[in-house]
Design a binder for this molecule. Sequence first.
Ligand code: KG4
Ligand code: ZN
Length: 341
Amino acid sequence: MMDKDIKILAIESSCDETAAAVVVNGREVLSNIIYSQIDIHTMYGGVVPEIASRKHIEKINQVIRAALDEAKCTLDDIDAVAVTYGPGLVGALLVGVGAAKAICFAKDIPLVGVHHIEGHISANYIQDKDLKPPFMCLVVSGGHTHLVKVVDYGKYEILGITRDDAAGEAFDKVARAIGLGYPGGPKVDKLAREGNPDAIVFPRAKISDSEYDFSFSGLKSAVLNYINQAAMKGEEINKADVAASFQKAVTDVLTEHTMAAAKYYGMDKVALAGGVASNSSLRNAMKTACNKAGLALYYPSPVLCTDNAAMIGSAGYYEYINGTRHGWDLNAIPNLKLGQR
Ligand code: KG4
Ligand code: ZN
């Protein structure tokens, strides 16, 4: 541990949130400013990349200004800038990377590029100040479904990924099909509370050659077929039952894979991360399973689950103390792999 506090300015612009934060020693959040573009993208039923980039360039400086003001500091107090450089929408990422480079260049301070998923995982370090690796982490967001063994800070082993849709993407598509709008996850979650999760049996995909991989496109198609068939027969569907049954199918698979991996790798801690980690059914199923297996469960508060810059500040701190420094040639990498430099 270093004796001097390390204050990191973090920037996140990989999708539809323009965000900046100031984080001390990877754990203490002095500010966490998020400008969400959701209202604009809702009109189109999903994120429009070109619009996202344009909104980021409009908002980025205000968001950084607000993060510094709320943290009661200036750029002179900042030790390094951490920025998401992938994965994500290239035009969106470039705005954050450009802003971070400009600050580092002007102030002559280190630039630390951060992997977006490493950020999601690190949100747990902010939520629980005592959480330390190793642990098993299920990362479930709009763009990613990864089962990750967190070996150490900044050291990851990917055990499973989705073969097709991400979990959050499945939530968004099903929400659209039953007329709930974008982003669908929280709306499905809410409606499912009024439905019966056992009303309809939707498929739980198994991938024969990889125990921990996921697949959600078959489930999504099954839900769409169910809705279409009812429409053809002129039957009214119970939307709450569809939402609850779909959600249970997703939750069952996520929970089973995570628990199996935790057991196999002898982990005594399990963490959830990403937007879908705030899903109430997933949290409940994981709580029950972890209680039964005697494992500790961690998950961030909803604001730290969805995209934010505080999580990038936490991940950036551990990268910083591990010696990660990026040069002036840092670029946005839309399909950056976890662990890639
Ligand atoms: O982590 P995130 O902000 O973005 C990505 O990095 O992709 O996650 C957004 C995703 C969206 O698909 C959204 O529908 C989903 O997280 N989500 C939820 C819930 N809250 C957000 N899905 C299910 N239940 C929720 N309560
Ligand atoms: Zn994300």
